[in-house]
Design a protein around this ligand. Structure first.
Ligand SMILES: [Zn+2]
Length: 109
């Protein structure tokens, strides 16, 4: 098996992507050659991303973006958790304080 290569153009006939038929942009030269069909190329613009997505591959740039989003969301969750705890501390009275309050009798104004 020959190692595929990326080329700026598809120089050998038919000179098109074996999947979508386009003939522009960089192509992966599969190094596969058939007498009837010619050289087999796959375009980088459309078909490689489609095949990558089909196999579950995530492009490094997209992965970086997802990681940044995940980091931001984790920070948001942590901040919301801190805010919730702070709010809870402001509104919740300890049982001991409640007992003291209950023993102090009715409040007169
Ligand atoms: Zn294509």
């Amino acid at each position: 098996m020959m190692t595929p290569a990326i080329l700026e153009v598809a120089p050998l006939p038919p000179g098109t992507c074996m999947i979508c038929g386009c003939n522009s942009g960089p192509m992966i030269d599969t190094m596969v050659q058939y007498d009837i069909y010619g050289r087999q190329y796959i375009c980088l613009q459309r078909c490689v991303p489609m095949l990558a997505e089909l196999t579950g591959y995530v492009a490094p740039a997209a992965l970086e973006e997802l990681q940044a989003t995940c980091d931001r969301l984790q920070t948001d969750v942590a901040e919301l958790g801190d805010a919730l705890v702070a709010e809870k501390d402001n509104k919740v009275v300890s049982l001991e304080d409640f007992r003291k309050f209950a023993k102090s009798g009715p409040v007169t104004v």
